[in-house]
Design a protein around this ligand. Structure first.
Ligand code: AMP
Length: 383
């Protein structure tokens, strides 16, 4: 097995990794870090949960010049939540260095970010809209950038940030090193790579980001009209201590939220149409266990990094096996057990077969009648 000391890291970084408790590199780290340390552009195909943040943070931090007072690295993230997590991870890994890491995201007061820029951060982590805003106001210059990281590039495309990302990259020096991370590589990313990256090395760990062995999987077949009843039977189980419920659309998320609140469930909701303040509030209540259930859409859940999620419940079947893996990856983290429950209508059974073929793991089948019969002992059904 590869160890961090095989990757050509400094003694100070090795000491930091020991302090934060990372004993060995994850697959995306052991492959990306040596490539990025050579100064080469890298495309990393990996999902959240694979350790990808440290995969780019470590080589960037290793190559920073602490004597410089200008912004040396720019990290673009699709959401404010992800930017916050990336900033936190950068900060943890930078503890042996005297460099400042600044988050520049929409929703935060601009004044605080301007003050932050006065402190000469070496690394700026931000969402494209706010970064572009500061560039246009002349408050931020990227002329001295040596590293540009595009995190979850496919989600930046989904969220309509593609033109902003291109405009931002145009304002950075051509000689910079570019690291791009994305779970999928749609056409725009191919074009972006052609226009903005130099001879990149592509590293894919998709094989290793399959489901972890500690997750149990069930699907519950029921009619569309019975979905709420099936969900309620599941939520009534005391085993579901912290449940993340996925819907396909923001509208479904809002509808389900209203229905569950009406039935007295302890639930909140997270999706892209909510104000930043409401999203922060929902996430922090869920994170601190003030609320037991969180309803979310795929995009909104991208940055959720909570180790205690006991159950992921797919109220709507995910659009693709990759989305399924990504959703289910929110539970059974850090070696814990987790359960994935998917509600399916009879015509959706093929989607479950697709997921099984893709993951090479069987999903246990149950019916709503099974749930009703077991209602008294439903805890045995849901893990
Ligand atoms: P990420 O994919 O960057 O969101 O990371 C997922 C989680 O794994 C985060 O909680 C990280 O702190 C953690 N992590 C990253 N690298 C390692 C490692 N080498 N060993 C243990 N945990 C790690």
């Amino acid at each position: 097995m590869v160890s961090f000391s095989d990757l050509g890291l400094s003694a100070s970084m090795l000491a930091t990794l020991a302090t934060v408790g990372y004993s060995s590199p994850t697959p995306i780290q052991s492959t990306t870090i040596p490539a990025a340390l050579t100064g080469r552009d890298v495309i990393g195909q990996a999902q959240t949960g694979s350790g990808k943040t440290a995969a780019f943070a470590i080589p960037v931090l290793e190559q920073l010049d602490p004597s410089r007072a200008d912004v040396q690295a720019l990290v673009l993230c699709p959401t404010r939540e992800l930017a916050a997590q990336v900033t936190l991870e950068f900060g943890r890994l930078a503890q042996g260095l005297t460099v400042e890491i600044l988050a520049v995201v929409g929703g935060d007061p601009v004044r605080r970010q301007l003050d932050g820029l006065q402190r000469h951060p070496a690394v700026v982590v931000g969402t494209p809209g706010r970064i572009l805003d500061l560039l246009q106001r002349g408050n931020l210059s990227l002329r001295s950038i040596r590293f540009a990281v595009l995190d979850e590039a496919d989600r930046m495309l989904d969220m309509g940030f593609a033109p902003d990302v291109e405009r931002i990259l145009q304002q950075t020096p051509k000689e910079r090193q570019t690291l791009l991370f994305s779970a999928t590589v749609p056409g725009w990313i191919h074009r972006l790579v052609e226009r903005h990256m130099r001879d990149p090395e592509t590293i894919s760990v998709s094989g290793q980001t399959e489901l972890v062995s500690t997750v149990s999987q069930w699907c519950i077949e029921c009619s569309w009209a019975d979905k709420v009843e099936a969900l309620a039977l599941l939520l009534d189980s005391p085993r579901v201590t912290c449940g993340l419920i996925f819907t396909a659309t923001k509208r479904n998320a809002d509808m389900l939220h209203t229905i569950l609140l009406g039935r007295g469930y302890d639930v909140t909701v997270l999706h892209g149409d909510l104000s930043q303040q409401d999203r922060d509030k929902a996430l922090s209540r869920f994170r601190s266990s003030k609320v037991r259930f969180l309803i979310a859409t795929d995009v909104a859940a991208r940055g959720i990094d909570i180790d205690d999620i006991s159950h992921v419940i797919n109220y709507d079947v995910p659009a693709s096996p990759e989305d399924y893996i990504h959703r289910v990856g929110r539970t059974a983290r850090a070696g814990r057990d987790g359960v994935a429950l998917t509600l399916i209508t009879p015509i959706e059974i093929l989607k479950i077969r697709d997921i099984e073929n893709h993951t090479h793991r069987a999903i246990e089948r149950h019916t709503l009648d099974d749930l009703r019969q077991l209602a008294g002992t439903v805890s045995t059904v849901v893990g």
